[in-house]
Ligand binder design. Structure first.
Ligand code: SAM
Length: 287
């Protein structure tokens, strides 16, 4: 079957279309144009997506594609694409494939030579990171925390020394236990940000040393409610612990005669230490 909606779309394409994570105003004009123009919208939950579509007065027909049927139904959709129909993939909220269905469909489309076009848009990981105040130059998205304590603790141990910001999705009914496990493995000093209800009325973004965050969340039951993202500051070596007193004393003397960079390099050579660690210590303690 060839498409009768070909005015906007030049060739059969699978479009990956993000939808809002709370605030309907976050849908893009391009997303609306694509949802209007395609022949089919493959949706994680057709009833949920139906509400979004009727809000924007979009009449395109939907097709259910969720975690439980994706492996079988992906081929049906690929066949439709190969027959000339265009499809938009959406999930309940945010960007499809990010802790949401779509992986099998995209893989099979690419294998079959079907064009796949991603649209940028709402995504809780990126939205949370952008306002967290944590380093964003290197980060990893680790998906949902596991439901069992042992699995969670293993995961925290795995990332304990990672220097990047690590980001998790968490469900409200496990947040207390998850933070307790995190505290046990990472300790009370690690800075952690809880970003909940992003883009919604009760949006809260709270960053504190983990020990304080655990107390903060216990002060008000509402803080445990809603959708949430947890962001963990990367591991930072405690510089003072690793630099011998003799070396920092030498650096303090040298820095009276030399710029810090040179003083750190000289001290590093004398004591066979890392000049960056000395430089950082100097910045924090001598400047
Ligand atoms: N595909 C989505 C995305 O792009 O972010 C994520 C879908 S995943 C099934 C749902 C999880 O994302 C929630 O349990 C929560 O951890 C996070 N999430 C989604 N919307 C959120 C929001 N408005 N505020 C905070 N976290 C949110």
């Amino acid at each position: 079957m060839t498409s009768n909606k070909t005015t906007y779309i030049e060739q059969p394409t699978l479009f990956i279309v993000p939808t809002p994570i709370g605030n309907l105003g976050d849908i893009t004009q391009r997303a609306l144009d694509i949802l209007n123009s395609v022949d089919i919208i493959a949706a994680e939950d057709t009833r949920h997506t139906g509400k979004l579509l009727s809000h924007f007065n979009i009449q395109t027909r939907t097709f259910a594609l969720h975690d439980h049927n994706e492996q079988q139904k992906a081929q049906v959709l690929v066949d439709k694409l190969l027959a000339g129909e265009s499809i938009a993939l959406v999930s309940d909220a945010g960007t499809p494939l990010i802790s949401d269905p779509g992986y099998h469909l995209v893989t099979q489309c690419r294998q079959a030579g079907v064009k796949v076009v991603p649209l940028p848009g709402a995504c809780a990981v990126i939205t949370a990171l952008s306002a967290s105040g944590l380093p964003s130059d290197r980060f990893s998205f680790e998906g949902f925390l596991l439901a069992k304590s042992k699995g969670r603790k293993d995961k925290f141990m795995e990332i304990a020394k990672a220097e990047r910001t690590c980001i998790f999705y968490e469900s409200p009914h496990r947040i207390t236990e998850s933070l307790a496990d995190m505290l046990e493995v990472l300790g009370p000093e690690r800075e952690v940000v809880l970003a909940r209800e992003l883009t919604k009325t009760y949006e809260t973004i709270q960053g504190l040393p983990l020990g304080e965050l655990v107390s903060w969340i216990e002060e008000d039951e509402n803080r445990k409610r809603g959708e949430m993202v947890l962001l963990i500051h990367g591991y930072r070596e405690a510089v003072n612990d690793t630099l011998p007193d003799e070396a920092t004393r030498t650096l303090a003397i040298l820095v009276k005669q030399l710029p810090l960079k040179k003083a750190a390099a000289a001290t590093a050579e004398i004591y066979n230490l890392k000049k960056n660690a000395l430089y950082k210590w100097g910045l924090e303690n001598l400047e």
